[in-house]
Design a protein around this ligand. Sequence first.
Ligand code: COA
Length: 234
Amino acid sequence: MSCGVNAFVAAPADAYGPGMLKDLWPIFGLSISTPRLELRVPTDDELVALAHNIVERRIHGTEIIPFLGQWALAEPDEVPMGVAQHHWGLRASWTAESWNVGFAVFLDGEPVGSQNLIAKDFATLRSVSSGSWLVSDLQGQGLGKEMRAAMLTLAFDHLGAVEALSSARLGNESSIRVSYAMGYEDNGQARESFGGQIGVDHRLRLTVERWQQHRPTYPIEIRGLDPCLPLFGI
Ligand SMILES: CC(C)(COP(=O)(O)OP(=O)(O)OC[C@H]1O[C@@H](n2cnc3c(N)ncnc32)[C@H](O)[C@@H]1OP(=O)(O)O)[C@@H](O)C(=O)NCCC(=O)NCCS
């Protein structure tokens, strides 16, 4: 058959039914529900809404930067493209040996935060790490603990992780106390540049045994995991 343009026959529009994207990329069908939140990877339209919320509601101020980069302080017209490129990059670079689930955190259907679940060589090491943020006006209401618990439920109870690592800038009490609430223990410190500010990176580690002792008792439900398992390398 010729490979010229004339060989292309467009599929009829009705050949593309709902769910095609999650058939192609099962991670789009994965969701975690907690009493107040839903975690799932955002569609491109939802990335626009997420970026809008970062610009309008901000994540942190300029005095103490909690992240290694300054992306959340970028100019309002630069944030949306940066957010979109970050999420597209997570999809594009995914392999079974190295993956990063960029969950958006939805409250009442609106994307208001982010909860990542990250692993390298998970099939062998069974170790995950994470990162998270919420728009500033929703911080301090227990949502950070709920989204971390959602991520840990997926990692420990459904993927078979045996340890979860985290870190936060020393002084970032809300982040460190989210970790303590889940059972993480101190795991060392190191000097680090937080968006150009020198600070101390406080490292934390949670074992599966400690998770089982500290896990919250409220229901956390996971949907759409089975088709994703090969993508997680298990
Ligand atoms: C870190 C973050 C996700 C935590 O989520 P949150 O919803 O604000 O935290 P929660 O309300 O669940 O509170 C968690 C714990 O921190 C405590 N806490 C919350 N805000 C606090 C504050 N400003 N100072 C001290 N403690 C605080 C809570 O009392 C709770 O502790 P407890 O379990 O002992 O009662 C959120 O604050 C955030 O997005 N911060 C900016 C970005 C950031 O720092 N990300 C993490 C980078 S490592």
